[in-house]
Every structure is written in structure tokens, then in C-alpha cells.
Design a protein around this ligand. Sequence first.
Ligand SMILES: *Cc1c(COP(=O)(O)O)cnc(C)c1O
Length: 495
Amino acid sequence: MEVFYHSTRSGEAQVKASQAILKGLSEDGGLFVPDHIPALDKDIKELAEMDYRQVAYEVMKLYLTDFTEEELKGCIDRAYDSKFDTEEIVPMAEAAGAYYLELFHGPTIAFKDMALSILPHLMITSARKNGVKNEIVILTATSGDTGKAALAGFADVEGTRIIVFYPKNGVSPIQEKQMVTQKGANTLVVGIHGNFDDAQTGVKKLFSDKELASEMAGKGYQFSSANSINIGRLVPQICYYVYAYGRLLKEGRIAEGEQVNVVVPTGNFGNILAAFYAKNMGLPIGKLICASNENKVLYDFFSTGTYDRNREFVLTASPSMDILISSNLERLIYRIAGNEPERTAKLMAALNGEGRYDITEEMKAALSDFYGNYATEAETEAEIGRLYEECGYVIDTHTAVASAVYQKYRKETGDEAKTIIASTASPYKFTRSVMNAIDAEHDAKGDFELVDGLSKLSGVRIPDAIEEIRTAPVLHDRQCEVDEMKNVVREFLHL
Ligand SMILES: *Cc1c(COP(=O)(O)O)cnc(C)c1O
């Protein structure tokens, strides 16, 4: 059955998947949602026998219904290939009684590669299908990982350009080095003087700037988004939950139909929303455990029913989760508002205006699949140390937030169901925090001294992504104020 997409803020205009991918965000500022969530059409036992690419096809074909089999398989094959440093694409490690689903074996060693290595291919295919002649300009705000993953995905992809804005003082040194050394004549990386929310708000403004859009159209350009609001990012993320469940089943760790819990370190709410979609497709998932760092807007939301971004923004050791506006939550709000765009639009207008909104008791009751909690900086560090001491397994700071929240959940509820923890970054991306957590006495100072120290302690090979930037020259040193972002775009495109 064909799936159409419409905005969370108005039900009227229906578009096909390829059109939703091209647009990124709906014109009314809403996010595209499928008109229904398709059910898995293969038995989970059958899926358990498939490799990652095959599972990805079986899941994605249900959402991207206007792609031909050949088109979709072509995109999948070009995305999940030897760019990943393991044949399995997403291996799973068992440590201290939980399954860590390692989503960081792609080119930039963070989970955003899972979606961003396929998005450029989905986008180019979508453009071709819709007769688009313009060059696609990807505009992205990043808290660190999206930027590099998007740059790696789009660099030198014909018919595209990519502009990345990141908070100059809000990403890790390794993250920054990864971005500013990006090659590709179609890439631009800019550090803004502000935090991630400033960058994201600035980018959203540019997207809805009609004057800029017409200037661009005149020169043969159009914007699209690689941010996690694009359904071309959301859909590929559903696949690894299905794959992980299949693997546990195949290895006899769970029985058919047995429910597993999923823990996700959350920022923009994309990854955990994908798990929620997987559950609604029929995958036996029990609780969706939403883990936050000290920017615990989501924890407060799940416990009180009030979403309130009016608070101090905290810079933590898990910067990709330092977010006060979780954009993808809008898709969940839409659902618990009974799929009513008017109600969703009202709440989002309140978020835009007063920076907060309250949901009704009835909506809150519809959130029972979710459990939210958070980990402090000290708890996060202690969790990295605990896991290393207990089993020699080293996790990064984001994964540690999830792991610490999982411990809280277990203690609080006594729920011992098998649990998958989304492991979203390689510890090599956050070496300073990780080294401090596993070896209080280390005297490594420089970033690469830390890398070498971590390699010694963990026994895990240094990823190529890190080796490469050791000596790579800085190719991007542009900085700007938040209100200069529009001019930066104009300059880059010679408007
Ligand atoms: C982006 C990111 C997250 C948060 O994922 P969302 O889909 O935005 O909730 C968590 N961990 C890492 C390492 C990330 O890069």
C-alpha cells in the first residue's frame, strides 16, 4: 500500500516519499509524517536470516513506496559498503548484561552515518524522479556529529552542495577537526558564535526565507535539509532496530516474540522515534527508554507533561545531546494528539512563542511506551569507568548516558527484560572524557596523545577516521555571528 506524507501542522497537502525527502521540512514549518505506519510484511524469523542491506531494503521499501526496487537497492548498496569498517555494518557487543548496538562503524564513527551515508543517494534519486534540475543545497546545523557525517555523505556528490553551521565552542576538538578538514569543493563549514539551538534556529529561518529562496532559484539552486527532521534520515534509522532484534533471535538470546527494551541517548529525538516506529511496525519492543544528559528537557516532559525550553543551556561531555528543542518530538506529539494537525500546530506555536507547552492528561497517557530519565556528568563518567572495570568494554559519553539511565530504570522498575542500548559514538570521538573516566592518573594532554592512550588501554584499533585527521590540513576557518548566516550562504553561492 502506498504511503503518503503530510505535515504535522496541516493534513491537506499530501506528497510522495521522494517529494518529502527533497523538501525536508514542510512549507508550514511542520515535519512530514507518513499517513500510516506500515507493518512489517516479512516474518521476523525470515528477517533474522538476512544481512544488513537486505533488512534495510525490507524496512525502507515499506516507507519509500514511490522508489522502484532497483532504485532503493542501488541507494542501499552505495551506502552500506566498505565505508563501514565491519562487514556486519552494525555489530552488537554484550557487556554487563546488556546488548550495545554499535552504530558507529561508518566513515565518521558516529551513528549519524547510518542515515547520512544513504541520504545523498535517496536525495539524488528523488530529484531525478521529480524532474528537479536545480542543484540541491544542503543546509545543516550541527551539534557535532551530524555535520561531519553529512559532509562525508555529500562531499563531491554531483548536483549537491553542503553548508554546515556548528557552535564554535560547543563541539569536541576531534569533532571540530573532523569538520574543518573536510575535502570537497562543494562543502562549506562555518563556526557560529552561539550554541546549537542558535545554529538550528538560524538554519530554520533561512529555510523559510522566501526572499533567499527566490534569489537561489534564479541561480538554479534549492535548499534541502539533512537534519534529522528529514524522513530520508528517519526511515534508515528504523532498520537497525529490526536487524538487531533479528540477530538476538538468530543467536538464540531471545525467543520469537519476546519483548526487548531499547535505550537511546537522545538529543533531537530522531533515533528513539525510529525505535518507536519500529515498535509500531510490529517489532516486539517493550519500553522505549529515553536517556538525557543534564539538558533534561525530555525527562521533565515525560514526567510532568510540560515541555519547557526556558532553562539554562548546559555544555556537557555528550555535546550531541546538548539540545533544548528536540525537533523530532513533534512527530510524537502529532501522534498523541490523535493525528490532529491543528492541535500539533497550536502546541508548536506555543513552543515558538513562550518556549513551552503542556499536553493533556489524555495525551500523557498515550506516552506509556516511553520511560525518561537522565544522567548527570558525574554519573556518566562513573558509568564509563564501571563498564571498563567490570568487563573491559569502553563506551563513549553519549552511550554512557544511556547506560547509566538504563541502570536507573532497572533499579526503579525491576524490569529485567533483555535490553538493547544504542551505542551512538566511538569512544575515540570523545577521548578526553573517556580517558578521564577509565584512567584517573593518565597524563596524556594533546588530542592524539589521548587517542594513543585509549588505544593502549582499550585494545581497540584506532579507527581510520581518526588516523586520517591526525595530519590533515584545516580547509575551513570561517566564523560568523548568528545574524550573518544569510550572508554567508549568499557568498558561498555567489548570489
Ligand atoms: C546525534 C547524536 C545523538 C542524539 O540522537 P538524536 O537522534 O538527535 O536524538 C546521540 N549520540 C550521538 C553520538 C549523536 O551523534
